[in-house]
Design a protein. Structure first.
Lengths: 357, 336
């Protein structure tokens, strides 16, 4: 998965969020019309504004019939239901750069309140999205960000920091607080992998992880055979190894498959980032106790709440504003309108059957 | 280049054995060195792992050797493996009750059809095999991508007996290893002792002479490609059973490993010489190198360079052996 869709966006360089227009349209309904609680001069955010009912929220994923996108938008559908809004799902059959433009134009004509979009190309969709915003439609991007001056907010599934912390935490738990761990990565030059590994190293330097020893990082090149060999090499070279952390879906599945069929089963733990469907077999046969990944359904869910908060004038997308997203709790908008979903979801034998992606 | 169709009969020509002997020596040296620095390299689990890792590559190398001996090449084997693995995995997940034999036969048939297509294009299209199979490599891969899309077949969708096949043993020998031994042994015997095999060597030594000598070149060539395709298809089933997760990229890039194993195993790319069991040994050597370099903690970036150096070395050795044989044949002729 990570080789075809690098989903982690590591942008977040400081630059000004251009808040397009002051909110027009009937935003604040009720009494409390006190001035917004931030230092936002131009944007009139009203933290006490009530979320409106009957909002038309449209989802435009990269393409339809992609299993991963389907899970994301299914979460959106649930959230729109909770918000008593109108849910709509449109999208192209191919994920090409320009294929989304005509859908955006149609959504503008249909006078949607919110467009939730996973941009196939950060720039190709920009003119259309800005037209939508001029027409008073709020634009929330998810999964794959649009250029930041043509959307109001971006739902980031996870930060590099969050993933690195989560991986270290799981390794620590599985090792029982001390012992040797190793990393089975994808390729030696994979940007996201190396960024996560760097965070892990920083985390491992902290006192609470001081008894964990990272003995080696190996690279399975996201190839099954190579990942097998690397896992075998680790287990031979480090007889006391307690945990193999593999932050790549190919690596974690290969390592689990190997360990489940060898006499190392039960002696060494596997964890990392994986897809529940891919890992179900190994969780059920007790090779893997826990692994993590962001929950795609939560991304769509959070996007709906963010969109509704924007359309109701509760937030404008400026840094520091807060809103509540149903079961997920309270969120604070970060720099550049980024909203981080939170730490990845951990999958265990207890909860894995609730997920299908 | 290789004008000598060297029959691998040791008694006839002891020098012909040199190629395989070289691999055996290299293997022994590598294993000895690695074991000294990490004794667990020769543990039962480790040997089992290495043999299992070799099995799939060796099956494909046996088929590739047959094609290379006819002075052709089959670059589509990685994609054929992918097609076969995805077909069989989808079939088994749709109908978990199917016995393993059905999976194996399906893989063989899917591969054979792909091989037949290659053979027909090479023979009747009169296009060099390098170009044809490069084309079909992309075509087959494209087929899987359009069929599988972003989807994959996961271990929990496959029946237990299918996954267990990769781990089960009979008399202590894993099924995968047994299949690889039977394939390499069977094809080696066919090439060495049977008329078809000798004709294939003759075709590789001199295609025009073979045609003039009345060898049914077309039929034999199709057979060679069908064997290579079918074995790649079989390898696909083994792949699916062993790794349990099959997506559209299964076997991507394997064709080059297979060609490397064949060349390192002493089969001349120019056709007409080399043995199938040499190719099998080549597969074993490459796998042991992969495992040994991992255990010896040698930098990732070096591993490919070492394999590359080995290929160059094998070709040089091949050339030296060919020159020696030619010389010894000339000498023998002069004494007659």
């Amino acid at each position: 998965m990570f080789r075809s869709h690098p989903r982690i966006v590591t942008a977040a360089t400081a630059s000004l969020l251009v808040v397009g227009l002051s909110a027009c349209g009937g935003t604040t309904k009720d009494s409390a019309s006190s001035s917004g609680g931030g230092s936002q001069a131009s944007a009139a955010a009203d933290p006490n504004a009530k979320i409106e009912e009957g909002l038309k929220i449209a989802y435009l994923p990269k393409q339809l019939n992609n299993p991963y996108s389907d899970v994301e938008t299914s979460g959106g559908k649930v959230a729109v239901g909770e918000l008593k809004g109108e849910y709509k799902l449109v999208g192209p059959n191919d994920a090409s750069a320009s294929s989304q433009v005509s859908y955006i134009n149609t959504l503008i004509q249909q006078q949607q309140n919110v467009i939730v979009v996973a941009a196939n190309d950060p720039n190709a969709v920009c003119p259309s999205l800005n037209q939508a915003r001029q027409a008073g439609i709020k634009v929330v991007s998810f999964d794959s960000d649009a250029s930041k001056d043509c959307r109001d907010a971006f739902i980031n599934q996870a930060t590099t920091q969050g993933i690195g912390e989560s991986l270290t935490k799981m390794a620590n738990e599985l090792a029982g607080g001390e012992g040797e761990i190793a990393i089975l990565s994808a390729t030696p030059n994979a940007t996201n992998q190396n960024a996560w590994i760097e965070v892990m190293k920083t985390e491992l330097a902290k006192p609470e992880n001081s008894k964990l020893k990272l003995v080696k990082t190996v690279y399975g090149n996201d190839d099954d055979q190579k990942s097998f060999q690397e896992a075998q090499g680790l287990l031979q070279s480090y007889p006391n190894l307690k945990v193999i952390v593999s932050p790549t879906t190919v690596g974690i599945a290969a390592a689990s498959r190997y360990v489940s069929s060898s006499n190392y089963k039960g002696k060494v733990q596997i964890t990392g980032l994986g897809l529940p469907n891919q890992m179900r077999e190994y969780v059920k046969d007790a090779t893997v106790k826990k692994f993590a990944l962001w929950n795609p359904a939560d991304i769509g869910y959070l996007a709906a709440y963010a969109g509704a908060a924007l359309a109701s004038g509760q937030i404008t997308g400026a840094q520091g504003q807060k809103f509540t997203a149903g079961k997920l709790g309270e969120y604070t908008i970060g720099a550049d309108g980024e909203i981080v979903l939170g730490p990845p979801t951990e999958f265990t034998a207890e909860n894995i059957d609730q997920f299908n992606f | 280049m290789a004008t000598v169709a060297s029959p691998p009969h040791a008694r006839q020509n002891p020098l012909a054995k040199t190629r395989e002997l070289g691999i055996v020596i290299a293997l022994a040296a590598l294993v000895a060195y690695t074991t000294v620095s990490q004794p667990r390299f020769l543990s039962a689990q480790s040997i089992r792992d290495i043999l299992l890792n070799t099995a799939i590559l060796a099956v494909m190398a046996a088929g590739q050797a047959v094609v290379v001996i006819t002075r052709n090449i089959d670059l589509s084997v990685g994609s054929v493996l992918g097609v076969s693995a995805f077909t069989v995995a989808s079939m088994m997940s749709a109908d978990p009750g199917l016995p393993m034999v059905v999976a194996l036969v399906t893989g063989l048939v899917v591969g054979a059809v792909a091989g037949l297509l290659n053979g027909v294009l090479v023979r009747y299209g009169r296009v060099p095999a390098l170009v044809v199979t490069l084309g079909t490599m992309y075509i087959f891969r494209g087929l899987i991508y359009s069929w599988a899309g972003g989807g994959q077949v996961n271990a929990d969708e496959l029946p237990t007996h299918f996954l267990q096949f990769a781990n089960d043993s009979i008399l202590g020998v894993p099924w995968l290893v047994l299949i690889a031994l039977v394939v390499v042994g069977g094809v080696a015997l066919l090439m060495r002792n049977y008329r078809l095999g000798r004709e294939l060597y003759a075709m590789g030594s001199s295609p025009s002479a073979a045609e003039l000598a009345g060898i049914k070149v077309a039929r034999n060539l199709l057979t060679a490609f069908i064997v290579s395709g079918a074995l790649a298809g079989l390898a696909g089933v083994l792949f699916a059973s062993r790794f349990g997760t099959i997506d559209a990229s299964a076997g991507n890039g394997y064709e080059l490993n297979v060609v490397a194993a064949v060349v390192v195993g002493g089969v001349a790319v120019s056709g007409g010489s080399g043995t199938v069991w040499g190719a099998g040994l080549g597969a074993l050597l490459l796998t042991v190198i992969g495992s040994a370099l991992t255990v010896l903690d040698i930098n990732q970036f070096w591993q490919q360079a070492i394999v590359g150096a080995l290929i160059v070395l094998a070709i040089c050795a091949d050339r030296i052996v060919a020159v020696r044989i030619a010389r010894s044949l000339r000498k023998r002729d002069s004494h007659v």
